[in-house]
Write a protein that binds this ligand. Sequence first.
Ligand code: 5GP
Length: 183
Amino acid sequence: MKNPKKLIIITGPSGVGKGTVVKAILKKDINIWLSISATTRKPRNGEEDGKDYYFLTTKKFKEMINNEMFLEWAEFAGNYYGTPINIINEKIKHGNKVILEIEVEGACQVREKFPETISIFLLPPNKKELEKRIRNRGTDNEKSILQRLERADFEMSSSKDFDYVLKNYEIDKTADEILKIIS
Ligand code: 5GP
């Protein structure tokens, strides 16, 4: 990758509000581009292929792994998730900053490959609040909720490995803090 300083990783446990914060950031700065991930998870109501994710079969996902088409990939709550590399290089070449909104294992892989990236870890105000947020969004079944909460403990214990750790109390404030960090 030509200019990894233009790559920004937003990570943290599922339910912390990464997606909502990133949406707020994109509204505030039109020169930032959000990487669209590939996943083997089934689309949720309202999710569109090519917009929210590239929804792939496990066979296709594994093919892409074998062909080294991912910048990083990880297994999370029973599904695969990965960042396709080709578009990112293009966007960076054209002067965009690129945000990756990914879970912790993938974030660590990117940091190892490109230590110059800016990495930001979002923490919930507390674990109870995290559980409330996951349950309130109403998108996951009980098994998936429990998998995500269990994983959150490990994820939150990794927060110290990232450049910045922010508690996400309020979407708009967190988005502004991140914009300040990356400007
Ligand atoms: P969800 O199923 O809730 O959409 O995503 C589950 C988790 O996977 C979230 O923490 C999300 O940030 C993460 N995720 C989304 N895309 C990617 C990706 O491309 N790579 C990795 N490693 N994690 C991802």
